[in-house]
Design a protein around this ligand. Structure first.
Ligand code: TXA
Ligand code: MG
Length: 360
């Protein structure tokens, strides 16, 4: 893999500006600066409505290759191409199925990525697959930039393996010096990545749960989503990598109100860890006595918006171990649990208590 430059004087520009009439709109200087860097094949960080992305023109092989070097991303993990309007799909050789049409109509612009067949030769984007992942984001800055610069390939703007950035300062932590420009769009709407659906046939497959709930996708398709079995994981190469992991150990427990045994286990674990002199944080619905306590909201949308923020902030505070309570796997809860399970170093599973065998 090519080596990325790490001596840029990274500039941070606000995505929007307040006009003379008091309304906020996309900042022209920020847009012009991003366009200039992209035209020189240099990736820049931009906000989307899900997470911050590290963007480069999809048709520019050198620029897209630089994304992999900057993030230290495995070369076999393909990228999502972001478009501003359907007519940009033609240049990507994308073929839409009837199902894909329906999904795009319903959810674009928005946090839905469709994996579709492509005839274009863009191996630097697709990692050599004959499919391509595309989405139309719903962020004004991202859309304005794509209208000027063309379709943009963009993974999340973190170093590979770390939690996705949902604040500009997280992208600064990971990529300062490695990119010349970070566009600050403030807090983002979702805080979780897009939902990735393989829409190549009439049977949709959920490759990555995300900010759009599986139930909403199913209601639109009129059928249940398949999920790839383990042997099929390769269908979405990114899902085989460990992800979203903070420096601290993350220990995951089931929802505690429904699992009193897990609640007792967590209290014991917290006690032992502190007795070992380790710095402990807990993210739970009900307060316990630990060094760092974060109250887990009951609204999954609020959890989604904050999850990666908490993980990064606890790392900044040099916490050794984070104990976190899971949520029900419905709606956004499915994506939240997916991210937690990938980030966790230990998962406390709730095992049903088996009745003793007769005569045993
Ligand atoms: O919300 C998002 O999706 C953000 C923003 C920046 O748009 N992007 C993002 O990209 O999360 P990334 O690269 O971190 O995740 C892309 C996922 C990976 O799991 C990758 O393997 C999968 O999409 N993917 C990309 N192209 C694919 C393809 N042709 N077939 C199957 N999976 C694909
Ligand atoms: Mg990512």
């Amino acid at each position: 893999m090519a080596r990325a430059r790490d001596d840029w004087q990274t500039q941070i520009l606000a995505a929007s500006a307040t006009g003379a009439d008091g309304t906020r709109s996309v900042s022209e200087p920020a847009l012009a600066s991003a366009v200039r860097w992209l035209a020189q094949s240099v990736p820049v960080v931009i906000p989307t409505e899900t997470v911050y992305g590290l963007a480069a023109p999809a048709l520019d092989r050198a620029a897209v290759s630089a994304i992999f070097a900057i993030k230290q991303r495995p070369l076999d993990n393909p990228l999502i191409v972001h478009i501003a309007a359907a007519d940009q799909l033609a240049g990507l050789g994308v073929r839409f199925s009837a199902l894909a049409e329906r999904l795009a109509q319903a959810f674009w612009p928005g946090p839905l990525t469709l994996v579709l067949p492509t005839q274009a030769e863009l191996p630097w984007v697709t990692a050599g697959l004959d499919s391509i992942a595309v989405r139309q984001p719903r962020h004004e800055f991202a859309l304005a930039l794509i209208r000027r610069a063309g379709p943009l390939a963009a993974p999340s703007a973190n170093l590979s393996g770390l939690p996705s950035p949902t604040r500009a300062r997280h992208a600064v932590q990971d990529l300062s010096g490695r990119v010349p420009l970070i566009i600050d769009g403030g807090d983002l709407d979702h805080g979780l990545e897009s939902t990735v659906i393989d829409a190549r046939s009439e049977q949709p497959v959920l490759l990555r749960p995300g900010a759009l709930s599986a139930e909403e996708v199913e209601a639109c398709c009129g059928c249940a989503l398949h999920t790839p079995g383990d042997h099929e994981r390769i269908r979405s190469p990114g899902m085989k990598y460990r992800h979203y992991s903070p420096r601290a150990e993350l220990w995951l427990y089931p929802p505690l109100s429904a699992h009193p045994a897990a609640a007792r286990q967590l209290a014991e674990d917290a006690h032992h860890l502190r007795a070992q002199g380790r710095s402990v944080a807990a993210i739970l619905r009900r307060r316990i006595d630990v060094e760092h306590f974060i109250a887990l909201p009951s609204d999954p949308a609020l959890i989604a918006r904050q999850l990666f923020v908490w993980l990064r902030e606890l790392d900044e505070r040099r916490v050794d171990c984070v104990l976190i309570e899971g949520v029900n796997r419905t709606g956004l809860g499915r994506a939240i649990m997916d991210r937690l399970e990938r980030a966790a170093s230990r998962v406390h599973r709730h095992e049903p208590v088996l009745a003793p065998l007769e005569g045993a």
